[in-house]
Design a protein around this ligand. Sequence first.
Ligand code: F3S
Length: 395
Amino acid sequence: MLAGDLDPGVRKAMEIVVALGRIYGARRLVRVGSVQVAGVSYRNLGEAGLEFLREWADQGARARVPTTLNPAGVDLRAWRELGFSESFAGRQVEVVEAYRRLGARATCTCTPYLVGNRPQVGEHVAWAESSAVSYANSVLGARTNREGGPSALAAAITGRTAAYGLHLDENRRAGLRVLVRCPVRALSDFGALGYLVGKAARNRVPYFEGLEEACSAVALKALGAAMAASGAVALYHVAGITPEADRADALELDHETLVVDDLRPAYAALNTGDRAIDLIWFGCPHASLEEIAYVARLLAGRRVKAALWITTARDTRERAEAEGLVAAVEASGGRVVADMCVVVAPMQELGFRTLATPSAKGATYVPSHAGLQVRYGTVEQCVEASVTGIWPDKF
Ligand code: F3S
């Protein structure tokens, strides 16, 4: 590939993989089982990014392993109903088309592991989105660094990545032991815990003790996403739960210990917006079927005043539709939105002011990336806010 025996686009991809390997001192390449590409929203890519993708495809580059895409900037089918402009949506569709030419599956989601891209324990992959990377490493026990857009695509085109960082055993041990000494029950509690631990992690892998009873897959998804947002944590272990936590050497001998006995500082830090709410956002990371079902149950027989969006993968939306969940959410005036993420959407086109969410990652990024104020709380609190339009402080 590097010698240029194949297409020029393949050579370019291998040059990127090899250059990264040299920078990070890798001794070898490993084959990857799958790739998850970030840099899909036209808002982030712009014309230059779109041109770059088209050019690479013209040079004969094609993914040689299963490759999925990160969320786009709009729902690729319902963008008009949501109020997004044709000028943006048209360019966004062209970006996804360029990725399709490069061999990617046009499923735009940050939870590819819920829609068929689910690596095995120990499998090397090259994923890019921070919460997906955290889930793949920690919950599934796969091995990936957090790839950038071009480096993930280069791994897809070559089927290889350089073996450094989290591909190696020695970098997967925990240097921060976290003793959880307060109740962690609601989904937003997991996000709050992740927010605090991410802030304290400073490049160390956290090892949680005291969560054994409480962890569902949805809770782990929220915990990892929050740590990825507040501290770029790409791997964590939970005693008794995650696949590598029970290894004898999971914890470094000279680890530090952090005791978490109060989640209120996280709620205070993430709750900065006005009490008048005009958009509720569930599904960061993209909602599972169970999460959609739970919100639908809470909404039953009620009518929302604020806009309510549940973002999810297209495949998950289709399953939700088949089970009557989309109709149930829509009966209350909410929407199940596919393909997109609020943080990379052109939200200024829609005129919202304050968003409420049970996602700590969403609450971390929304003010800076989407230009909206934010309220952070439980799923129940967010549903209540959707019905009244006012953030309920006590709930
Ligand atoms: Fe996914 Fe966007 Fe949240 S990429 S994790 S929905 S910020």
